[in-house]
Design a protein around this ligand. Structure first.
Ligand code: UDP
Length: 320
């Protein structure tokens, strides 16, 4: 997309897989703001050029449309590999179970191979889904999880669990500096309106005056982190010492029903709430323990839900 520019000797060089996705593109913006030269890779299956089109023509940015399960060739030095490529909404990975498994396994292998070849640091975007339907609450990094290998979420959960194992194997066997972030529910501008996740679903429904579809009785809980908080935590993690996984998310927990009411209030909508069947294996509760992120990274979220939701609603107005 953009021309390859002259790279200053001291300029850090980053590769972001999934760089046209929701979080990948926010990470790209953040890194450019910190003076990185950035190459974004994306096959655009769930990512969108719209998320990065404002960067077209910048000499410090390059977009390569590529599936990261294929061999990654870059003829320039790389300091940091940020592996964000993957379908990430339950609806997406139900539709794309094989691609999801492939990007988490083969794609992670290729991204680690690139980091090894370039002597780069590597960060894996893992997920709270590795805890499955957790039997421990809130979830700490030393909890091993409760995951069904064969359920509808298995393709995502197991590919990320495999990816974590592969990152640790590259660290132990090849001495690669690897980082693992376990990302809890995150929201903000650039989510796709119809990706099926609860934030765009409820905001889209509220703005259109349609009923909000609460699954089950809405008693299941989630904790929502605004995207800028998440990216800050992830950057700090990449620059930190140590290779242990770190939860990044907002520990403020609410039920899905409470969240639906919050969206109706924040949009000023007159939408009603309707109840729909709970999807199979939908985790009943989820909240990160962020003790490790606080200690290791001096990080905690800054953006309250009410504030982040307003920004997200603004983004979706005109798109719904
Ligand atoms: N959910 C809902 N209505 C929707 C979409 C999602 O009640 O229209 C619920 C879903 O069952 C889950 C929670 O909201 O309990 C969060 O779902 P999401 O798809 O955002 O991601 P998850 O946290 O399950 O990975």
């Amino acid at each position: 997309m953009a021309k390859k520019g002259a790279i200053k000797k001291t300029q850090p060089r980053s590769v972001v897989t999934g760089g046209a996705g929701f979080l990948g593109s926010h990470l790209v913006d953040y890194l450019l703001g910190r003076g990185h030269h950035v190459v974004a890779l994306d096959n655009l299956v769930t990512g969108s050029v719209e998320n990065i089109e404002h960067l077209a023509g910048r000499p410090d940015f390059r977009f390569i449309k590529q599936d990261v399960t294929e061999f990654l060739f870059l003829d320039e030095p790389v300091d940091y590999v940020w592996h964000f490529a993957s379908p990430a909404s339950p609806v997406d990975y139900l539709e794309l179970p094989i691609q999801t498994l492939k990007v988490g396994s083969l794609g992670t292998h290729k991204a680690l191979g690139l980091a090894k070849h370039k002597g780069a640091r590597f960060l894996l975007a893992s997920t709270s889904e590795i805890y499955g339907d957790p039997l421990v609450h809130p979830q700490r990094e030393d909890y091993w999880g409760n995951v069904s290998t064969i359920g509808p979420r298995g393709c995502y959960d197991e590919s990320k669990r495999f990816a974590e194992a592969l990152a640790m194997a590259y660290h132990r066997q090849h001495g690669i500096e690897t980082k693992i972030v376990r990302i809890f529910n995150t929201y903000g501008p650039r989510m796709r309106l119809h990706d099926g996740r609860v934030v765009p679903a409820f905001i889209g429904q509220a703005l259109a005056g349609q009923p909000l579809t609460v699954f089950g009785k809405g008693e299941q809980t989630r904790s929502f982190c605004y995207c800028s908080d998440l990216i800050e935590g992830i950057y700090r993690l990449m620059m930190s010492r140590g290779n242990e996984p770190v939860n990044i998310g907002n520990p403020v927990e609410l039920t899905v029903l409470e969240f639906a009411r919050e969206i109706i209030r924040a949009t000023g909508s007159r939408s009603k709430i309707v109840f729909r069947p709970l999807p199979q294996d939908d985790p009943r509760q989820r909240r990160p323990d962020i003790g490790r992120a606080r200690t290791l990274l001096g990080w905690e979220p800054q953006v309250p839900l009410a504030e982040g939701i307003v920004k997200t609603i603004e983004y979706f107005r005109g798109r719904s």
